[in-house]
Each structure stands twice: as C-alpha cells, then as structure tokens.
Design a protein around this ligand. Sequence first.
Ligand code: AMP
Length: 628
Amino acid sequence: MAKIAINIATGSLQQEEMIVGIDLGTTNSLVAIIHPETKQPIALKEHNSSSLVPSVIHFDEAGNVVVGEEAKKQLISQPQNTIFSAKRLMGKSYNDIKANASFFSYKVIDDNTESLVKVQVGNKFYSPIDLSSFILKELKQRAEHILKTPVNKAVITVPAYFNDAQRQATRDAGKLAGLDVLRIVNEPTAASLAYGLGAPSNSPKGGEENPPKEKTIAVYDLGGGTFDVSILKIANGVFEVLSTNGDTYLGGDDMDKAIVHYWLAQAGLTEDELSGNREFAQAIRLKAEEAKIHLSSNDHFSTALNGDILTITKITFEQLVQPLVDKTIACCANALKDAELKKSGIDVIVMVGGSTRVPLVKQSVSEFFGKPVNDSVNPDEVVALGAAIQADILAGNNKQVLLLDVTPLSLGIETMGGLMDVLIPRNSKIPGKAARQYTTQKDGQGSMRISVFQGERDMVKDNRRLAEFNLTGIPGMPAGMAKVEVSFLINADGILSVRAKELRSGVEQSIEVKPQYGLTDAELETMLLDSIAHAKDDIALRALVEARTEGEQLLSTTEKFVNKNAALLAKEELMNTAAAMQALQLSLTLEDKDLIHTKIEELNNISRPYAERIMDQAIAVAMKGRMV
Ligand code: AMP
C-alpha cells in the first residue's frame, strides 16, 4: 500500500507515488505528468503514437470493453455498441439532451423523465459515470504501462460550466476506475497554469523571469463538445477566476454537424434519413470532421462516400460555422461584463482546445479582443499539462501557485413566503463559506425545513432546488427564540456542504449537495437572463412578500397577547383590536404592500398603548416582588 505523509507545517502531501493529471475530454482524453528529471509537464504517449486517446468506448459481442483508437474504428460498423461524446451525458436527464438526441448514434434511454440518462448496449445499461470510468481505466492502464509504476492518484479537469452534480459524477467515475481523485480542476484554470503566465518555471512556456505584479487573461477553450471562456486574474502567483461563461453544448462536433447538414442539403436528403441509417450517419460525421481539419490548412476538401463525391470549400465552411463562432464571442462579452472589465483590460488571450485550430476562430477572437491570441502550446495537450502542474502543487513540489475559482450561480435557502435568501452570491470565490442565523416561526416548533436553491431570482420557485432536509429535535421554545445557524461551505471542487445547527441546544444536521440531475447550459443562461428581465417585478414581489410575512407575524403575536391578557383589556380595546386585525387579514389577500403597511401601522397604534400599560403593570409587580 502506498504511503502519503502529511507535512504539518505546510499541509502538503509528501509525494511517494505518482499523481497524474488527466484531461477527460468529450472527444479525446490524455494523461500528463511532471517529468521527474526535467521538471517539465509532458503528455504521456506510447512510442510512435499520439498522446490523445479518443474518448470512445466499444462493447464487443463477447462483452469486452475497448477504449480509444480501436473503439473509434468501430464507430461506423457498429454504431449501436460504440459510445462517443459520453461526457455530454454526464449529470443529464433525457429531457436535457432530447433536442440533440439524433446526434447520438447509440441508444440513449428515452423514458422522458427527469432521472439521469442511461445508455443501452445490447441488454446492458450503462450510466455516463460507468462510461467515463471505462475511459479513465484505460488511461490509468496506459500510464502504468508507460511509467512502469502503479498510478492511483489523479487530478481530473472538467469544463468550468460543470455543476456540482457533474463534478461529483466525474469524481465517482475516477473512483470506479480505481483512482483517488485528489482535485477536480476547471479546464481553463489548468490551461492557464500550463501557459505559465506569472507562474512557476515548470510550465511548457518556461514561466516568466520577473512576472508583472498583476495580469488579466482570457482563456478561450473550444473543444469537441464544450466551450468555456474564463477571465483570470493572476497576481503574485495567485490565480483567481474573475468570471466564467460558456456553453456545454457547443464545440467542434457542432461544426461537423454543420458540414453534415450542408452535404445532406446538397444531396436533397433530410435529417430523418440520417437518423434512419445509423451507419451512414456515423460515416458522414467522420468525413465532416476530416473536412473541417483539412480546411484548417487548405482551401478545398473533397472525398468519396458510398460512391458520391462530397466537397466543401473553406469559404463555405466559414459561412456555415460563423454563427457558432459568433455565439462564443457573445459568451466572451458576457464573461467580460461579469468580470466588470473592458476588452482593453485583458492582457493575454490564451487559446485552448482542438477547435481553436480553425483559422476563423483565432481570427474572430483576436478581432474581438483587439489583440493577437496566444496559441503556442499544443491546444490538445495544454489542459492535461496544466492538470499535471496542479498535481505537482498538491504533491507539495510547487508552492508558488494558489488556485481560486468562482460559483457560476448564487446559492441560498428558502425563507418565509418562499423568498430566496442568498448566502453565497454568484461569482463568489471557491473555496468559500457563509453562515446566517434564522429562527422558528411557531411556539414549540420542533423542526425546521432547510431547502437549498441555486439561482438569481428573488422567489425560490423561480430558482433551482438543489437539496432539502429537516433539522429535527429542536427543543420546545417560544417562536423566535431558537437560533438556527445555517452554514454553507463550498470546497475546492465546487461541492456544497450545508449544515444547520440550533445553537442553544446544539442539535445539528448537514447535507452534501449532489443535485439529482444536471443543469443544462441553456437553463443556466435562461436563469441569468430571467433574473435581469424580471428584476423590477422581483423587487416588487419581494417587498409584497416581506410585508405579508410581517403582517402575519403581527397577527400571530397580537392574537397571543390578547388571549393571554383579555381580562386586562377594556371592551372597546378588544373590539378595536379585532376590527384592525380583520382589516390587516384582508389586506394580506390583496396585492398591495402599501395597504398592508398601513394596516400594520393601524393595528400597532391600537395595541401599543395597552401593550405598554400591561407591560408596565407586569414590571411593577415584578419589582414589588423583588422588594419583598
Ligand atoms: P478537444 O476536445 O480539445 O480534444 O478538441 C477536439 C476537437 O478539435 C474535435 O472537434 C476535433 O475535430 C477538433 N480539431 C482537432 N484538430 C483540428 C484542426 N486541425 N482543425 C479544426 N479542428 C480540429
């Protein structure tokens, strides 16, 4: 068994075994390490082969699992047993992916529910976690074969837009593959490490002699299936993600699809004919990818498929993909806005992902930011190289860098009237924590429901429910006496732990948030846009709900007070109070917060004199008692 010693002084792990960096990509995956002698990150490869392992899994008739190049070869002949782009399914329900269902030439279970998707191969069912674990197992075995040493620990990268469920799914896949996943790192963050901007000298770019005090970089990552743009600030060796934006359904695969559609249209075929013939669909998809790659350095492409000649020019290709590129540019603009920066505030633009080899992409990004882009590190390897550097940091070999990330959406809990009470605002730094105290609404209330939500709207019904639990065992106390502290802790992997503790009695309950299914990028975008579109209405609604809550509380305390002290009240006082209570009750059913406030004020004006009188009497009695 391998041993890891913890250095108490630095809190770091003393490396006694290899920690590898893994880029688990939609299209390709790879492993990198820090070379023990040169101290430079290198991507692992067998002699005369590529470092890239296609993220494709093939199941043969005998039930064997094959991953990588060999599996990719089966895409055309056995599409139903050969799984590609499994990463797109991570943490998703069928509802999330149904709009793109025709993209998958294998069987994704379409039971139309919100539960997590499964893939059916023959009579077996696989979750995206199982599928990713097959890829990771293959990467682990390859690394062990090349390094001639066991590999049990890894840092794995994920797109910045992956939510908690998707990060957890990636971690689970690692565990299934026999890997202890020490850290999940955002791909753009890893890439920035590999570029060595303001960082240590073991980056492929050699780091900087005298790095400037502060630098702001945009990491533009367009891979096979996902797009991220992150704005990072690097100061004194500390990397901070100021904002992230992107689209988990946008990448080189979509460019391939655009070419397929173009060819189908030219041949007078429809999309239906494609879904009816899986083998043809696969074959034309691969031809489209070949065309796209060819057009990165040529002006014309031509090939034969089933006796037909397929052609496309670079000019046509660029026209086809311009809308996709424009979408990524819109994301760049949003990321800048979130980071409260102007284009001129970006010092360096880093290109990541195989699709950034498309000249139109480089040109458009460069035009948008008004600067040449930085694309000198191999865009396929840069993320894995950064993951290896992160692994080196965790191993305690590199103490010059710290990593900070941010939450993509606000996190909070439901309070009275269905209001969202934000504990951790959107774009807060990760890891991070926040705590707030709440109290009970009713006398003797023994439990409190804690409902955790994610989103930007004022009412929880408009946000996304992440988890719910009951804090039970609160000892009987009058309403408002219990002190329940709810604390949120987000760890470095973006996993949220929520704890509720009643401070007087010490009872507590906690939960780790692993949402049941993933959040699509479209949902995320809608949530953000909705919050802007509804901002005015939300403010008005929040004010109304708060007024109603205040009114309800006043009715409840007044009722209690009157019942207890009826004998001390004059008949007129009782009648006036009842009338004011009725008026307030009625106002609560209307949509007028000002009316509620007026009725609250009227009831207070009636009850205040006798409440003060009764309190004074009670104090007098108490004082007398003391004197005796
Ligand atoms: P990644 O997810 O970073 O591995 O990127 C894979 C994507 O990059 C796939 O869609 C590839 O087709 C695409 N790609 C790789 N090389 C090129 C190239 N030379 N030109 C255009 N796209 C490429």
